[in-house]
Design a protein around this ligand. Structure first.
Ligand code: F6R
Length: 366
């Protein structure tokens, strides 16, 4: 049932090229420059009048939601808040009913997320659920459901469902952006072309996973890790850290790279590897200066960078590569690299990868 892989997690990481193909199958309308989103029960008028969106989720799905916020704001011009379900529930949300609530939950059964959705509906908000499980509780409680179609995920650590959530958020943002007239057909086409390239690019990363394994083994005895990124790479840094702590029991923190100097720099020594997401984009120079700050404290830096970036080697100890890609879609590729880094670190530490201690696949307690 593991199809020759040692763990479900490794199998599910390898399923990503086909899993995300299923996520976007039949939805990418490249010629027209838009997305087919028939499952969204919102009229074009309602979409144009949306004043705000609130994304609610937990854990890995919450990390996906942070990227979703950036996408909705950039591609669809919708002010978007992102909250963990357990905070949203007990906070004081100010909602007037012209907002869209987007709940992201792989299992569709997370108790806090379900309760937060009910609470937002009590204000009259329309809710869209993004889930992987057909017929799960969330699907019965939301106005619209967009399925991620990644196939069943057995490993407790979310991998293919995370990248499928990201793809779904890109598609939703493009669709809303087109209807609202914020995104041009040309820009949408360009994004769609780049989304279509992802399965092949992920396959390339998987084919070269030995390099990631070597790197993981080299630092597997360290007890504290940092993951840093900016903008779209910030939620990917959070997710990289979550994956590592969850399956390898190594303390890891994900940080917005610009925040390091506001406290955490004090923790850096030659015993704390820092994984810096330094793929090409408009924050590249800024992350390079963060890398220099980190190196000045003797920390080891493992950079995730583009294939053709020869400059980065001058500043860091190890480079893990992603294929050439658009700034907007590169975070999906980086996610796969960080999943493999966590997997091989846990393997080197002989951890129970598919069933980490204290964790459950579906969190139905509050
Ligand atoms: C981490 C992980 C968890 C879940 C979280 C929410 O790998 O899987 O953090 O993401 O428990 O679960 P769902 O998405 O089912 O609501």
């Amino acid at each position: 049932e593991k199809a020759g892989y040692d763990h479900f997690m490794l199998k599910e990481i390898h399923e990503q090229p086909t899993a995300i193909q299923k996520t976007f199958a039949g939805k990418l309308m490249e010629l027209e420059g838009t997305i087919k989103m028939d499952e969204l029960y919102l009229t074009p008028e309602q979409i144009k009048h949306l004043r705000r969106a609130t994304i609610i989720a937990c854990g890995t799905s919450w990390n996906a939601g942070i990227l979703g916020k950036y996408l909705f704001e950039k591609l669809a011009g919708i002010h978007t808040d992102i909250e963990t379900a357990s905070e949203f529930r007990y906070g004081n949300p100010v909602l007037c009913g012209e907002e869209l609530t987007i709940a992201i939950t792989q299992s569709g059964e997370t108790a806090d997320t379900l309760a937060a959705v009910r609470s937002s509906q009590s204000y009259g908000c329309r809710t869209v659920a993004i889930t992987n499980v057909v017929g799960s509780t969330i699907t019965r409680e939301s106005s619209s459901v967009v399925y991620t179609r990644a196939g069943p995920e057995i490993g407790v650590a979310a991998t293919k469902t995370f990248t499928a959530q990201l793809i779904t958020l890109y598609m939703l943002a493009i669709y809303l952006g087109r209807v609202r007239g914020v995104l041009s057909a040309e820009e949408a086409k360009n994004l769609i072309v780049n989304i279509k390239r992802l399965p092949g690019q992920i396959q390339k990363i998987l084919n070269r996973k030995d390099k990631i394994k070597e790197c993981a083994e080299q630092f597997a005895d360290k007890r504290d890790y940092f993951f840093i990124g900016r903008y779209l790479n910030f939620p990917i840094a959070l997710e990289g850290a979550l994956k590592l702590k969850e399956i390898s029991y190594i303390h890891a923190e994900g940080y917005a790279a610009g925040e390091l100097k506001h406290g955490p720099l004090a923790l850096l020594t030659d015993e704390t590897p820092v994984v810096a997401i330094a793929t090409k984009g408009h924050t590249y120079d800024k992350i390079l200066s963060n890398i220099k700050e980190v190196k000045a404290r003797d920390a080891t830096v493992i950079a995730v960078a583009n294939e053709d970036d020869t400059e980065i080697e001058k500043y860091v100890d190890e480079v893990l590569r992603i294929p050439q890609s658009h700034e907007m879609t590169a975070p999906i590729l980086t996610s796969v690299v960080l999943q493999l880094l966590a997997y091989y670190t846990a393997l080197a530490n002989d951890c129970s990868i598919d069933k980490p201690r204290n964790l459950a696949k579906s969190v139905t307690v509050e």
